[in-house]
Design a protein around this ligand. Sequence first.
Ligand code: MG
Length: 158
Amino acid sequence: MRIGSGIDVHAFGPGDFVMLGGVRVAHTQGVVAHSDGDVVLHALTDALLGAGGLGDIGQHFRDTDPRWKGADSKHFVREVMHLLRDRKLRVGNADVTVLAERPKLSPVRDEIRRQVAQLLEVGLEQVNIKATTTEKLGFLGRAEGIAAQAVVLLIAVE
Ligand code: MG
């Protein structure tokens, strides 16, 4: 078994939605990002790469590469899943925490869980999506941005 962790942060900017776990979530702002700025999928991508001993998201998908301008972050997860499959690794489970004052996660939590489970090729019960605020402290507390942390366990395929 191999474990990996990932963290991602994006600042809020102009817009009226944020992408979280591949799900479009209505919000009073968007995020500033080269890709679609999905903190959940970026943290997951880094956790998968970490568990696989494969570096980090910036090494695989440079944020200066025009190919990833506005990119759907599901692509990053799928690419990394492909690398892991080649190495005979599959996901055991994933645990994700979204850190933000808003948007509220509860209305979309189940949808994000379904989307993430599908991307990681596991059952729903292998994916957990948590949310927390930072009690109004720091840049997250001032609602200047949004962050996510992910932990993933990989299992060797027999
Ligand atoms: Mg990111």
